[in-house]
Design a protein around this ligand. Structure first.
Ligand code: ADP
Length: 178
């Protein structure tokens, strides 16, 4: 007999796309994009009608992948997802969210450490600008991923190809020859 929870999505049963009219911003450094980010973008694409993945740039910190390459890698990695666009922005996330006229900012949560800072930021943004934040939990298989560890492991010749989208794996390989 079917139990109610057996109706949810599973490996053999992809979740329905319920995207509506809402527009969201998913900000991050994505330096580089990894599979934890991709899961959040995939879910956002199913939930929301219009998803902007915003690579946030700090002029003083050029980052690991040059911006144009970082953007190209994100674009290639999410090209299969409907309603998703990619752009680069400077300054405060909340200002970008307002300028783009989004309904929500999406943030991924890995551990309680993410929760504490993100909760405070979400409440601050709401108090100052009225902008709402939606939290998406990290998938259990990717919740340990961070761009910093991807960079460090790849730099030491480790194989991270199972942890990042194929275009990113290729770019890391080109850089480190690993
Ligand atoms: P990282 O911490 O990997 O450098 P970013 O700063 O680019 O990543 O993070 C952008 C957004 O993605 C943030 O909301 C962050 O909480 C979320 N995020 C980062 N890593 C993961 C993960 N492994 N699973 C789910 N969400 C994640």
């Amino acid at each position: 007999m079917a139990v109610p929870w057996s109706r949810s999505a599973g490996p053999d049963r992809p979740g329905r796309n319920v995207s509506g009219l809402s527009k969201v911003l998913y900000p991050g450094s994505f330096d580089p994009l990894h599979n934890g980010h991709v899961e959040i973008i995939e879910l956002s694409s199913r939930l929301f009608g219009d998803v902007t993945v915003a690579a946030m740039v700090n002029r003083e910190k050029p980052g690991f992948f040059p911006l144009q390459e970082r953007l190209a890698l994100i674009e290639e990695s999410v090209a299969h997802l409907p309603g998703v666009s990619v752009s680069a922005h400077e300054g405060l996330v909340v200002h970008v969210a307002q300028a783009l006229g989004v309904d929500f900012v999406v943030k991924g949560l890995r551990a309680t450490s993410d929760f504490e800072i993100e909760m405070q930021m979400a409440q601050m943004n709401k108090a100052v600008t009225g902008m709402e934040t939606v939290f998406v939990p990290a998938g259990s298989a990717v919740g340990f991923l961070s761009s910093r560890w991807i960079r460090e492991i790849a730099a030491e010749g480790g194989d991270v190809s199972a942890l990042v989208p194929a275009p990113v794996a290729r770019a890391l390989k080109e850089r480190y020859g690993a």
